[in-house]
Write a protein that binds this ligand. Structure first.
Ligand code: NIG
Ligand code: FE
Length: 410
């Protein structure tokens, strides 16, 4: 079935010659076509151009007068499979307790882990699908989802099976990341190395055997997993063909960026603590520096030195980190706004950072993240808006009018 969108006020992030990512000064360049058409056939984008060259017919035609068309957001870092919520900790945070202090009291990740243990696989799936449907309606077309609230063999597998079910039952593109090393479960307190062994020797082989993960993650940071432990886990993951994609430098200069780059991680994420050494290390790599401004915003933490990173020539991706503890939202448009307001990125930079660069950060830049012939037809039509800058600027409005995934209106 062919689907034609005509009279598009502006077609955003169009590529004649697709790139794998955009970096440095190219981050502030955005290719658009005014008064455009977009043609999709089956699941793919087949053509686009100026209205003067618009095909006369298609199986279905949408008139987008006054509206813009964007490639769907790619959200390359989420923990959206979780049980319940943690608004109870919100009060503690407001009263001044830090993320680490809440974690030390047995709250935080361990709190979600306890809830997840008590939740059936079916209920976890139902709860997670609500979040998936919400992010689809907000314009996200591809999402990476992590395990990491199971923290034992059975519950980590439960989470990953839920992620698999989401992939099989939703139109959104899904990548799974095995994050057994998210936190030390209570029963392994003071026995951290035994837990690392459990992740490597028991969880990993089962995850690989059932083909439940595309990537492997570790929370490499102060108070969580050390560089040495991260090294061991990433090496083990690599043997099973899982590429690294890790949490690093959220709470300190943890060495996480360096160990990620050592294993050719697809991305290193958070990066609030990024200095000259870390920037130099990233510059010689194929690793996408990924910032999660929702978490720094929600926890009131320091912001990463994004201008310095872009000026040095790095690419930057922005993802939501959707999770119950540090960023309970998967709204990528709001993430763009935070990129502009908090990180002082330009509108063009945040659009690149939430589309093509996040597509790279989840191994999808050949098929997602821009409007290019042959790519998957994941796009959204906006409401009537004056300019693309209006998207990050109008930070509280939902401006998505119509969502199209795999060439089908949702
Ligand atoms: O990316 N930093 C580690 N993990 C998550 C938070 C998970 C949670 O608090 O539930 C994050 O911020
Ligand atoms: Fe995270």
């Amino acid at each position: 079935m062919s689907l034609l969108i005509k009279n598009i006020k502006s077609l955003i992030q169009v590529e004649e010659n697709p790139k794998i990512w955009v970096a440095g000064e190219n981050m502030s360049k955005l290719n658009t076509i005014e008064n455009a058409f977009l043609l999709m056939d089956g699941k793919l984008i087949t053509d686009f151009g100026k209205m003067v060259d618009c095909p006369v017919s298609a199986d279905k035609v949408i008139d987008a007068k006054g509206k813009m068309v964007f490639p769907s957001y790619c959200d390359s870092h989420t923990h959206l499979v979780y049980a319940g919520s943690r608004e109870i900790e919100y009060g503690d945070k407001i009263r001044g307790l830090s993320y680490e202090e809440i974690a030390k009291r047995g709250g935080g990740i361990l709190n979600s882990s306890k809830l997840l243990h008590e939740t059936s696989e079916d209920s976890l799936y139902e709860q997670s699908m609500k979040r998936i449907n919400e992010i689809i309606s907000l314009g996200t077309g591809a999402v990476e989802i992590k395990s990491g609230y199971g923290l034992n063999v059975e519950d980590e597998l439960k989470m990953l099976r839920v992620i698999k079910r989401i992939r099989e039952n939703s139109a959104i593109t899904v990548k799974a990341n095995f994050l057994g090393a998210h936190s030390i479960p209570a029963e392994y307190k003071n026995k951290q190395s035994e837990y690392v062994d459990l992740v490597i020797s028991e969880m990993l082989p089962l995850v690989a055997n059932e083909e439940l993960a595309d990537f492997i993650d570790v929370f490499c940071d102060k108070g969580f997993f050390t560089v040495e432990e991260t090294d061991k886990i990433l090496l083990a993951g690599m043997k099973y063909g899982l590429r690294a994609k890790i949490h690093a430098n959220e709470l300190d200069y943890s060495g996480g960026i360096q160990v990620g780059v050592k294993y050719n991680a697809l991305s290193v994420d958070h990066l609030e603590y990024t200095g000259d050494e870390e920037i130099a290390c990233l510059l010689n790599s194929e690793t996408m520096p990924t910032l999660l401004p929702g978490a720094a915003f929600f926890l009131g933490m320091v912001d990463p030195p994004v201008r310095k990173m872009i000026d040095a020539g790095l690419p930057i991706a922005l993802a939501s980190d959707y999770n119950p503890g540090s960023s309970p939202s998967g709204d990528m448009k709001f993430i763009m706004s935070l990129g502009c307001i908090k990180l002082r990125m330009l509108p063009e930079e945040v659009i690149n950072a939430t589309t093509i660069n996040t597509a790279y950060a989840m191994g999808l830049s050949e098929t997602h993240g821009s409007i290019a012939r042959g790519k998957i037809a994941n796009v959204f039509i906006t409401k009537e808006i004056p300019s693309y800058e209006f998207m990050p600027y109008a930070y509280g409005s939902n401006l998505v009018d119509t969502v199209i995934l795999n060439g089908e209106v949702q």
